[in-house]
Write a protein that binds this ligand. Structure first.
Ligand code: 6PG
Length: 249
């Protein structure tokens, strides 16, 4: 597999500073071109440092009044649950910057009908972004098993080619906790103008080698499904995560 753009940094802090700097440029360019910047955020722990950095820069560092925040995936838990991706973002970014709730579009993971929640989110996305669903930027993380968003190995969502948002049954992935997650599908992510993986930590080195340098096997390494149709993809890595990769192109 040819290497997409790879940027390697000494640690998560340097990675996050570079991502924050790039976000300012992406946001300003999107707003100049279309009057708005639609960003899909990832969950997990890696992006928290980026969110904290953005908060520390204050509301004037970016044109936040024209930035619409979405999520690439969410757990089926209430928004104040410790596992909620929205809660992590609310605490690290939304509340510190006092972002307008009208521009924050969380996935209602707490509702019992997960398929209906996914369909409702898809409708909101289409209404905001148009049928082509072109996010200006999608942030992704990668798990130690090579999953991204909530596209886990061996799960039904990997085969989805039409829907943009689905309720993915994780029971096939033997995951603890909530066995359903709401996620963007690979086609929805690949429609984005820019996709950025933020990956840090030594536990990601082996799966990252498989995803980027190993045999193509997206059922086993779903991050391999991410290949923007016309947008650009880049990986922001720390040296620990990049330890097993060949020389970046
Ligand atoms: C989630 C994320 C998930 C995450 C990876 C990496 O809901 O957990 O969307 O895809 O990005 O699991 O998580 P860490 O950043 O915690 O390693």
């Amino acid at each position: 597999m040819t290497h997409p753009a790879i940027r390697t940094f000494g640690d998560l802090d340097a990675l996050s500073r570079a991502a924050a700097e790039e976000l300012a440029t992406i946001a300003r360019d999107a707003i100049a071109a279309r009057g708005v910047c639609h960003v899909a955020l990832s969950g997990g722990s890696t992006p928290k440092r980026l969110f904290q950095l953005l908060s520390s820069q204050g509301p004037g560092a970016l044109p936040w009044e024209h930035v619409q925040l979405w999520w690439g995936d969410e757990r089926t838990v209430p928004p104040d649950h410790a596992d909620s991706n929205y809660r992590m973002t609310r605490e690290a970014l939304i509340e510190p910057l006092q972002l307008d709730p009208a521009r924050i579009h969380r996935i209602a993971g707490e509702l019992p009908d997960h398929a209906a929640t996914a369909a409702d989110y898809a409708r909101k996305l289409t209404a905001a972004l148009g049928p082509r669903l072109a996010f200006d930027l999608v942030y992704l993380g990668m798990g130690p098993d090579g999953h991204t968003a909530s596209l886990f190995p061996g799960t039904p969502a990997l085969a989805e080619t039409r829907a943009t948002v689905v309720a993915n049954q994780l029971s096939a992935a033997n995951l603890p906790g909530a066995c359903v997650r709401i996620t963007l599908t690979a086609p929805a992510i690949n429609a984005a103008r820019k996709v950025r993986f933020l990956v840090a930590g030594a536990d990601k080195a082996a799966p990252l080698f498989e995803v980027l340098d190993g045999a193509r096997d997206p059922q086993r390494y779903p991050s391999q499904l991410i290949a923007p149709t016309s947008g650009d993809l880049a990986w922001f890595l720390d040296t620990a995560a990049a330890a097993r990769l060949g020389a970046p192109t």
